[in-house]
Ligand binder design. Sequence first.
Ligand SMILES: Nc1ncnc2c1ncn2[C@@H]1O[C@H](COP(=O)(O)OP(=O)(O)O)[C@@H](O)[C@H]1O
Ligand SMILES: [Mg+2]
Length: 292
Amino acid sequence: MIIAMRTGDAPAVEVRGLTKRYGDVGAVRGVDFTVEAGEVFGLLGPNGAGKTTTVEILEGYRARTAGEVSVLGRDPERRDRALRERVGIVLQSTGMYRQVTVREALCHWASFYPRPRDVDEVIALVGLEGSRDVRTRRLSGGQLRRLDFALALVGDPELVFLDEPTTGFDPAARRTAWNVVRRLRELGKTVLLTTHYLEEAQALADRVAIIKDGVIVAEGPPGELGAGSSRYRVSYLSEGRRVELHTEDPTELLHRLTRDALARHERLEGLEVARPTLEDVYLELTDRAEEV
Ligand SMILES: Nc1ncnc2c1ncn2[C@@H]1O[C@H](COP(=O)(O)OP(=O)(O)O)[C@@H](O)[C@H]1O
Ligand SMILES: [Mg+2]
């Protein structure tokens, strides 16, 4: 199996049986996933699902309880410099660079990397051209988050971790952040992002893993995840109002509905059969887990 994987690019991230306990709390309980080089992978789940724990283990900030983890072919727990230079991490605003300008902050941070990106290019990438010479303490919250992105990118990392990159963003800042992620993908970077926004995972990720209570409950391209759901939606108009039904067996349901309609000499106006969307799957999986 390992030999087969070596025929292409080695995966950027491999996680096998990852487990993390905080005392009695099992925050991550046997998680497996692989992030291929050059893809945007989304870890989607509600608060408390174990996203930050997983990402911080991959970043080397937390120690795992059990399991195997490989980031660019290395164990992040060793925190070696060679790995740090190849990985970009968007930190929560640290306020480290309060007294200097955006450009000065980025030039300073870039000096720690062997092959940094051009600072002005990075400033343009995150949309901070208008604030290039502004002292960072004068930046708005949204601009500070853009600076965080820029700091993560200036070292020209191969792999970028983004933990809830747009939580608390206004729509304009979110759009910028999404464009940055898309640009990273175009540049051939690998991105692992976590989010609790379904539409963010849908908009950005090549593949999504849905995590709930420390367990991955579904995984696949966002467009295909719906196919794994049992919840087809069948709807039609009845006296001007749309009736919506959910079913695991659309063939049987349609047969029954059309047979009954024909028996009444009626037509089912506006009949629609919708394959489950990622949203249906997300709700179904997270609801179901809550019922347990
Ligand atoms: N340092 C910690 N000590 C104890 N429990 C923690 C700690 N960090 C996270 N947890 C718990 O682990 C679970 C997963 O948390 P987290 O990884 O932050 O989830 P997410 O990022 O998906 O919201 C939660 O139940 C949380 O309360
Ligand atoms: Mg989190």
